[in-house]
Design a protein around this ligand. Structure first.
Ligand SMILES: *[C@@H]1O[C@H](CO)[C@@H](O)[C@H](O)[C@H]1NC(C)=O
Ligand SMILES: *[C@@H]1O[C@H](CO)[C@@H](O)[C@H](O)[C@H]1NC(C)=O
Ligand SMILES: *[C@@H]1O[C@H](CO)[C@@H](O)[C@H](O)[C@H]1NC(C)=O
Ligand SMILES: *[C@@H]1O[C@H](CO)[C@@H](O)[C@H](O)[C@H]1NC(C)=O
Ligand SMILES: *[C@@H]1O[C@H](CO)[C@@H](O)[C@H](O)[C@H]1NC(C)=O
Length: 201
């Protein structure tokens, strides 16, 4: 009796699971820029950059600090070197990402403001501006990218202790994993409740 309801149940479950896809696929512009920057590195005969989790965390936090700042011709990739904004919360941001000033000193933080994060403009804001000096540099080995609204931030890391971005105790998960897990639990709960209702009938 209950057996023939199984396909319907599976259908409902997959609808619920698919419904969460946009949350998980939220990183498109970051992934695109990551790939594009590595293609640029390859075209410059340089090594590609590996994903660095702590740098990615820092990039997200910095993007969050920038999100309400308007795009102007003297912000982001057009910033005059030496006039970069300073954040009072910087030490706390570093700590949140399991970093400190001594293992980030040689790294590079590059915020860019690109309305709607158009992927071509995002790439040229890094490869055709002052930032290209960093992207051309063979000392960098890792990268993390974060975005918030119109801001996209690239953080470069080195493989020296002063730029490794690896103070981390790697065992605890970042926030996004926590979110994924809780969404997962909600799914299971909903599926469970559906199954329960169906089997009652
Ligand atoms: C990369 O290497 C190739 C082959 O060695 C060379 O022809 C090319 O000019 C190099 N490109 C750059 C940007 O150095
Ligand atoms: C930036 O914009 C301001 C005001 O719109 C303008 O006066 C200034 O010349 C611009 N600077 C550059 C470098 O384009
Ligand atoms: C960087 O992005 C801004 C905003 O989209 C755009 O106006 C500018 O042309 C871009 N600069 C480069 C060099 O791509
Ligand atoms: C980085 O390399 C590219 C290609 O070789 C060059 O066009 C660009 O000017 C370089 N950037 C800097 C800041 O030297
Ligand atoms: C940063 O972390 C490293 C490695 O854990 C530690 O040796 C160093 O003392 C820390 N530096 C500061 C300024 O906290």
């Amino acid at each position: 009796m209950a057996i023939h309801k199984l396909p319907l149940l599976l259908l409902l479950s997959s609808i619920i699971l698919f419904h969460n896809r946009p949350v998980l696929g939220d990183t498109d512009e970051e992934d695109t820029l990551f790939t594009d920057i590595n293609s640029y590195r390859t075209s410059q005969n340089l090594t590609t950059l590996n994903k660095n989790k702590n740098a990615e965390c820092l990039a997200d936090e910095i993007a969050d600090q920038f999100k309400n700042k308007p795009c102007t011709n003297d912000t982001g990739s057009a910033t005059v070197p030496g006039t970069e904004p300073q954040f009072a919360e910087y030490p706390q941001i570093l700590a949140k990402c399991h970093l400190n000033v001594s293992d980030t000193r040689d790294g590079s933080i590059m915020p860019a403001c690109v309305p709607r994060l158009d992927s071509n403009l995002a790439l040229t804001n890094f490869t055709k501006t002052q930032y290209s000096l960093k992207l051309n540099d063979s000392k960098f080995t890792g990268m993390g990218i974060g975005k918030e609204d119109d801001w996209i931030v690239v953080v470069l890391t080195t493989n020296t202790p002063e730029g490794s971005y690896s103070t981390a105790t790697k065992d605890d998960d970042d926030d996004s994993n926590g979110l994924t897990i809780s969404i997962g639990l909600v799914n299971y709960l909903i599926i469970f409740m559906f199954s329960f209702c169906f089997f009652l009938y």
